[in-house]
Design a protein around this ligand. Sequence first.
Ligand code: FES
Length: 229
Amino acid sequence: MSRPSGKFCPTVPKNRPARVAVRPRAALTRESLLLESSRVAARPAAVAARHEEERMEKECACANRYADVDDLGPMDEIMEKYGHEKGALIPLLQEAQDAYGYLDEQIMRELARRAGYQLSQLYGVATFFSQFRLKPIGEYLIKVCHGTACHVGGATQISDEVCNQLGIKEGETTPDNKFTLESVMCLGACALAPIMVVGEDTHGKLKPTGIKKILKKYADIAGSTEEEE
Ligand code: FES
C-alpha cells in the first residue's frame, strides 16, 4: 500500500521515505527446524481429516435434511423467532417450509393455532405464492431458472427436456420420489445462463442435449444409496 503523500497527510513530510519495520527473524535452531518439518508433515493429514469431517457433516445434513412433521422441535424455534410478530406470516411459512420441506396440513394447523391466525389465512398465502409447497418433495429438488437471462438462453427448452426425461410436469415429483421439478426466477448466476440447480449443485450453460446425462448422474447416486441401505 502506498504511503499517503504529505499533501494530504500533514503529519507525514512530503519527501520522507516510507519506513518499513523489519522484525528480526528468530534464529533457526535444529529443534525449531524439526518442529517446523513435523508441522508441515502433519498438515495434509489434518486437512484430509477436516475435509472428511465436512463431507460427513454435509451428507448427514442431506440425509436428515428435513424434520419429520411429527417433530415439533423446529416449530418451537420458528415461534420464538416470528410467533409474536404480527404480519410475519410469510417468514413464518418460509421457515416452516425450510424446516419440514413442505407445508403439511398438520404443520399449518399448528402454526395457525400457535401464531393466532385462521387456517384459511395461512392456506390463502401458501397457495398464492408459488414458492410454497403443499406436498413433500423428492430426494432431489430440481430448480430450473426462468429469469430473463435464462429465458433468453433457452430455459423453456431445458424445462421441457427435464419433463420429457423424468415423465413429470413442473411442480410434480417422480413416482419413485427421486426428483421434484420447480421453475424459479433469477438464481443470481446469470453469466451461466441457462442454469438449473439439482439439490445443492448448480449446472450452467445448459443445452437440452446435456440434460439426460446430468439427471442420470443423480439417479445413479440415489440408486446406489438405496442398494447400500
Ligand atoms: S436469470 Fe437465471 S440466473 Fe439470472
